[in-house]
Design a protein around this ligand. Structure first.
Ligand SMILES: [Zn+2]
Length: 227
């Protein structure tokens, strides 16, 4: 769903990169970093048509049909081309990378994570649709991923501890940047897309805290670590 986004990963990235430059007495250094960003790919590993079929009740019905677009092979090719021309490049996904095609649902997201591993994602956070899987399934996907999956403000409903690593520290030409993941606050976050808006918290055992306050809290930890 497009109205729940996880864009704080990029906000955290930029906001924390700047202090890391000025925290020292040394003259500021400048470096170039290119961030390639994907979101809401929804299991579209194969080329697809869009909208297909258009939902007459949404703005999709106003769009011209585009045939044979997207797919992981095209994405990988584009990433390779861009990486050649932009120096240090991160490939970031901000969620909803699975759940939307029969392929993705049948394999419970494993095909999507395997494809992202092959393309070489740098880091990711999750969207609301990742929680359509049972919690154990989602945790298996995180373990499969050869890139960190971060989010600070989706916590265990009982312990209040984050379900996954809140942030990751990534190097860029000698600098260290804390990349923070956050989720838009949503009371029925887990599994809301399948009509369980009110039961997600209990079914999944998780809840969403404030992305801003979580970012602030974990930023302090990161600064204490010398980022
Ligand atoms: Zn989505």
């Amino acid at each position: 769903m497009r109205f729940v986004k996880c864009l704080l990963i990029a906000t955290g990235l930029m906001g924390w990169g700047i202090p890391s430059l000025i925290a020292s007495d040394a003259p500021p250094r400048y470096w170039k970093l290119t961030i390639l960003h994907t979101n809401d790919t929804h299991g579209n590993l194969l080329p697809f048509n869009y909208p297909d079929p258009p939902d007459p009740n949404t703005q999709e019905a106003q769009l011209a049909l585009r045939r044979n677009i997207g797919g992981i092979a095209r994405r990988a090719t584009l990433v390779r081309q861009l990486q050649k021309g932009f120096g240090t490049t991160w490939l970031v996904d901000t969620g909803d990378f699975h759940d939307g095609t029969a392929f993705s649902i049948e394999y419970g997201g494993e095909a999507d994570v395997a494809a992202m591993n092959a393309v070489g994602y740098t880091i990711a956070t999750h969207g609301n649709h990742e929680f359509n899987n049972p919690r154990a399934r989602w945790q298996k996907l995180i373990e499969m991923a050869r890139f960190p999956v971060v989010c600070a403000n989706v916590v265990d409903a009982n312990t209040k501890e984050p379900l996954m690593k809140p942030y990751e520290i990534l190097p860029v030409e000698g600098a260290r940047i804390a990349v923070f993941g956050g989720h838009g606050k949503h009371p029925g976050l887990p599994c809301h897309a399948r009509g369980h808006r009110d039961s997600g918290r209990h079914r999944y055992g998780a809840s969403t805290g404030s992305a801003a306050s979580s970012a602030s809290r974990h930023r302090d930890f990161a600064f204490a670590s010398g980022v």
